[in-house]
Design a protein around this ligand. Sequence first.
Ligand code: GLV
Ligand code: GLV
Length: 323
Amino acid sequence: MAQVFVTRKLPEVAEKVLRGAGHTVIVAGQDGPLPRDEFISGVARADAVITLLTDKVDGEAMDAAGSIKGFANYAVGFDNMDVAAATKRGIPLSNTPGVLTGATAEMAWALLFAVSRRLVESDTIMRSGRWPGWGPMQFIGGDVGGRTLGIVGAGRIGTAMALKSRGFEMPVLYTDESRNETLERELGARKVDLDTLLAESDYVSVHVPLMPSTRHLFGTKAFQRMKNTAYLINTARGAVINEAELVQALRERVIAGAGLDVYEFEPKMVAGLAELDNVVITPHTASATEDSRNGMAELAARNVLAMLEGREPETCLNPEVFQ
Ligand code: GLV
Ligand code: GLV
């Protein structure tokens, strides 16, 4: 029987899976990100840990962990984890791809429509009682049908986002390291370089993981390449965008608007962002649906079971530690 440390309350199914296999589960009791010292001391007592994107799984945490069997991230993104450090120490890591793909792609669409059709501004005026009645020039937004969709990073989520464009008959451009035959076959999508995508797209949706090569991929130069009628959607990681430069571009209408679910310095936003009317901002909730969060909890728990048994987890980030 092993001891599993969970750094914050998760959907019940995680504990059910772990307890069902006879393990002890210790869930950190705070309602917020776990302070670093409590994270380290929790890790030190555990045989395996379920971590969140707010926990930094670095060499220090791994060394505090002694003979830990692994860290299972409750997220698809794993920029909070030092994979090389774990591999060097023979510690398996896992994430939760797949189960949140649909929900995240749907959120990208929700943001796309919310910002292009100005839903938040419109809702605000209705609630304020200041709507003067119908007007031909009120809240004119961007068209979606037939406009060009640019997918930056055509992995699982980028692909799902693009496939959902079918009903809107949008030409689709994408960037990726490799060709995406599904998008080319299903949508006639074109693989282009980033500059072409930025210049030709009416909606640019970001789906790359955060890595050294994607940090600040979007800044003033990128915004200047975009059409001034174009919208930027980000459900990936905040730091892919230089947020201060985005605020400036939105303020000066270099681009038309942005729909953001993620921020460079979460939970903070850079100065000025929240004052803009051409941005829709949500609190990193793209995977926050019942099915998606339950799926993440169950997959993370199954990954922990595998780690405890010395088997390769289903969605292992460093399978080479099992060779
Ligand atoms: C959420 O941001 C995730 O990576 O799952
Ligand atoms: C990113 O992890 C993706 O699945 O697109």
